[in-house]
Structure formats: C-alpha cells, structure tokens
Design a binder for this molecule. Sequence first.
Ligand code: COA
Length: 179
Amino acid sequence: MAIAFPNTIQLRQMTSADIPQLLQIEAEIRRSPWQSETFQKEIDNPLCRAVVITVIEAVVGYGLSWLVGDECQIHYLAVGKHKRGQGFGELLLFDALDYARHQGAQWATLEVRDSNLPARTLYEKYRFKIVGRRDSYYQDTGEDALLMNAFLGDPDYHQFMEEAAHDLQFKLSNEGKSP
Ligand SMILES: CC(C)(COP(=O)(O)OP(=O)(O)OC[C@H]1O[C@@H](n2cnc3c(N)ncnc32)[C@H](O)[C@@H]1OP(=O)(O)O)[C@@H](O)C(=O)NCCC(=O)NCCS
C-alpha cells in the first residue's frame, strides 16, 4: 500500500552511513542510548527491516522490526524530539505492518513501557491490545513492560490499513517543509 508524501520526505532502508545521525537522536531521547554496534547488527540482520525517515536528507526517525515466521516483532520506533506529532512515528509503524503483511505475517507483537503513553496510544490506534505484563522488566527504572499484539490476519485489517494510509497521507502532506 503506497503512501505518497512530499518529495522532501523519504522513507528508505537504514545504512551504516546513517549511524552518526541515529546516535545523535539516541543521545537526545534515551537514558541508555544504543551504540553504533547495535545499529550495525540490526542493519546486518536479514530478519530485520531497518528504515529511516529523512526530511531534506536529515534523519528524523527510524524503525526496526523483525519478521520471524508469521510474526512481525516491532522492535523499536523513534522520532527526534523536535519532529514529533507530525505523523512520522505513525509512518514508521505503518511501514513495518504493511511490509510484514505483504510477507505473510499474521501477528504483530511488541513490548512497551507502561508509562509510555504516546507509544501506547499509537499502538492502540493500529489495533494492538494488551495481552500481558512483564513485572519490573526495564532495568533502568524497574518499570513493567506491557506486551501488546495485533492480529494482522483479521479480515477487517486490510480495510483498516487502507483507511489509515489515506489519513496518514493527508497528515504528511503538510510536513517535510523544513529539516
Ligand atoms: C512514540 C513515538 C515514536 C511517536 O512518534 P510521533 O511522530 O510523535 O507520532 P505521530 O505524530 O505519528 O502520532 C501518531 C499517533 O501516536 C499517538 N501519539 C503520538 N504522540 C502522542 C502523545 N503525546 N500523546 C498521546 N498519543 C500520542 C496518537 O495516536 C497519534 O495519532 P493522532 O495524531 O491521530 O492522534 C515518539 O513519541 C517517540 O519517538 N518516542 C520515544 C521513543 C519510543 O518511546 N518509542 C516506542 C518504543 S516501544
């Protein structure tokens, strides 16, 4: 399902050359930022779909998801602090789910911090439901992880994604005017 967006915005595969920009965003948004080796491993992992979004060639967000059998595992999505609320996080999730569906995935799964309301709301928008909890899962804060699943094989999901693509395209049509 192709989404058209302004030509200043690109969604493309992550490469090693992106890593310096990814590390800058990591430093800005995470208590324990990933190091370059972690990104390189993901880029090299044949099961991983690793993408970046750029606006006028500057990386503004990135997404990592794994396809394991009929399951898409949403590993991580992130958008730089100053580019949030413009549809880029949703585009990363949409891309991972759309790609996985085309590869035959029936399920999408993920873990999210209990307190991460923006991410939880985004996942709920794409019909993820809470199916479990891992107590004290995150070492840095001792916070619980919520386990969430979405059933991509639901006959309604195709129609849902068509409508989501339409809305997202509209949302992105005003973005991408500045890096
Ligand atoms: C989660 C994250 C990727 C969302 O990115 P974003 O570009 O700001 O999100 P979008 O603008 O695409 O918003 C898409 C949807 O997410 C939800 N959302 C985004 N920000 C939200 C907020 N502050 N509060 C509540 N819901 C929010 C809404 O459902 C929104 O849809 P709507 O615009 O129709 O209401 C971003 O906040 C982020 O990078 N957070 C830090 C990293 C992280 O927590 N990643 C997830 C790890 S599991």
